[in-house]
Design a protein around this ligand. Structure first.
Ligand code: SAM
Length: 270
């Protein structure tokens, strides 16, 4: 069994992705996409950024490890009449189905960071990008005080320690690690740049309702609750997450949720 695939096929990430659509659109607006640009959206989920890329005229391939999300992406593209946006299954650690130097732009928003073997991931992203092309990643930052890093931090206190040799996805939010991985893939360090950026999670209910969405539909949180239940600690986890979501909610109407989360935006000129 591929545990990485199983994690993301668990639950229904589209429920969380629904809260990220506006920021996905805004992020894509800043990518300088022109008609006919060949874009790979890696760890694309159900197309939060892939669909907006296609709407700007790019020729988009979305690749994701989760079959359920690939199907959801293809369905959404069809519903929106986007014939220039296709989704297929694949693993960011090994993109064997893709030829080298194929894409002008490789985008991975909170996607490839979750694949195992980060050095392979960097090598694969560089390999499929054409010389003169770009890679743009969005990666959550370990220890950051905002939403996603805190969800993952709180959850880790309820789950068993990872197996030996496991490399945390959050290391993609550390500049030194990112530079190591891309330089090992043949990119010179001065071609790698970093910025802090923000995604806003919008949910049409109160923060406690949004916690429930994570509990029911977000694989990593589902696993944390499963582990916490075994130890009789699920209520504590629920309480900690509700306190987090409430304290970070910036919506003036407290029956709704709007939470910003900071991430590291990585740009690599290939
Ligand atoms: C947090 S979601 C983000 C999805 C999407 N980029 C978005 O912004 O909505 C992480 C995504 O990475 C995908 N993923 C995880 N490991 C992967 C791997 N090894 N190869 C490709 N995709 C992967 C998951 O299936 C999931 O769709």
């Amino acid at each position: 069994m591929n545990s990485n695939k199983a994690l993301w096929e668990k639950g229904d990430f589209t429920r969380i992705a629904d809260s990220m659509r506006a920021s996905g659109e805004a992020f894509v607006q800043g990518l300088g996409i022109t008609k006919g640009l060949k874009v790979l959206d890696l760890g694309c989920g159900d197309g939060t950024t892939a669909l907006p890329e296609a709407k700007l005229g790019a020729d988009v391939l979305g690749v994701d490890i989760a079959q359920s999300l690939v199907e959801a992406g293809n369905r959404r593209a069809k519903e929106q009449g986007l014939t220039n946006c296709k989704f297929q299954e694949g693993d960011a650690s090994n993109l064997e189905q893709l030829k080298e130097h194929t894409f002008d732009l490789v985008v991975s928003i909170f996607g490839a960071m979750f694949a195992p073997k980060p050095f392979y991931v960097a090598r694969e992203m560089v390999r499929v990008t054409r010389p003169g092309g770009r890679i743009v990643m969005g990666n959550w930052i370990p220890g950051d005080p905002t939403l996603v890093a805190q969800i993952l931090k709180i959850s880790s206190n309820y789950t068993p320690p990872p197996p030996e040799g496991f490399i945390s996805p959050m290391t993609w939010g550390i500049e030194k690690n990112v530079v190591e991985r891309f330089t090992a893939a043949g990119v010179s360090a001065d071609k790698i740049s970093f910025e802090r950026d923000t995604f806003i999670f919008n949910y049409a209910g109160a923060p406690s309702g949004f916690v429930d969405e994570f509990r029911k539909y977000y694989g990593p949180t589902m696993n944390a609750f499963a582990a916490a239940e075994k130890n009789g600690r699920a209520a504590d986890l629920q309480k900690e997450l509700e306190a987090l979501f409430e304290s970070q909610n910036q919506s003036e109407d407290k029956t709704k949720t709007s939470i910003p989360a900071t991430f590291l935006r990585v740009t690599v000129a290939v």
